[in-house]
Design a protein around this ligand. Sequence first.
Ligand code: ADP
Ligand code: MG
Length: 376
Amino acid sequence: MKSQIHEQFEKHFGGEGSFYASSGRINLIGEHTDYNGSFVFPGAIDKCIMAEIRKNGTDKVRVFSIDINDYVEFGLNEEDAPSQSWARYIFGVCRETIKRGGKVEGFDAVFAGNVPLGAGLSSSAALESTFAFAINDMWENGIDKFELARIGQSTEHNYCGVKCGIMDQFASVMGKKGHLMRLDCRSMEFEYFPFDPKGYKLVLVDSRVKHQLSGSPYNDRRNSCERVAAAIGVEFLREATMEQLESVKDKVSEEDYMRAEYVIGETSRVLEVCEALQKGDYETVGAKMYETHWGMSKLYEVSCEELDYLAELAKECGVTGCRIMGGGFGGCTINLVKDELYDSFIEKAKAGFNEKYGHEPQIYPVVISDGAHKCC
Ligand code: ADP
Ligand code: MG
């Protein structure tokens, strides 16, 4: 990737710049927990966006995207926003840096990546984090890493029309090889936990289906959580116990009860997974992943037939852990698989899924890797 980027850099701008990269991410466990003030547990992966960048001494940014095969020039004022959606991520990062008092002047850049777009691995966060980190480094702005993640998040909010949380950019910026990060979405404190599953592989199976549902299932879930939290008398469901939930059973609907049961269970599962990881107990980690899957499917009701099929198939193949990754209603499962079962599982997942749903799932093996960095 590096030599391909450099070839294009020379062609478009001549000479050479500095290389920066930032990663996509997975979330091992902790789903639909962020808006409940609870934990997520992401890590950066060995799929990244990489850019070669150099100051150009003007007030214009000039960027070539290898993967889109498109070239864009833009100024750094609010009215200079480019129309190309891929370039708005970079423009947004520049603007958000400026809003925070950072310096950005014109630069030339060429970039490419291998984070699959729109597969739930956060290629957009990888793109934002690469440029946020690079700009901060090149102009020595001294913005701390967590704030660089916020620059990415604000870019999505203000320039790309996506009201996302902080997890994706946080994981992309802060990721550390061999570690996952437990982020407390209430206090924004985080902690690294070792994740180095020797003898296992981590693999995403992308169903490549995305169900469009009527109504607003996401808001419905949020509302359910808020109603139960209010009934119990806590700010967030993260603070509630199963006993407290039980005590308001008559005051909440059956559906709201199920939603809260999932969320309260999920908070415990994240903590149990962290404990298991400290002991290197990947079997417990896997068991919790399945519990999350079926909680999301039966209690939170955000799964779909295709994802349940993949989770059942994983179980039949002896896969250690499998669950929906992301909000649900389609997308990927994340699987923790023993090395010796890997090939047969992938083969069966491809063939079985194809037979039932008419296309093969996409397979993405991932390794937990470093987040944003300058490449040497
Ligand atoms: P994801 O879940 O992968 O983050 P998004 O829809 O949020 O999906 O972001 C994908 C968008 O990010 C793409 O449409 C494109 O604008 C930009 N993007 C991601 N990766 C690249 C890349 N390698 N080259 C150019 N643009 C990219
Ligand atoms: Mg995205």
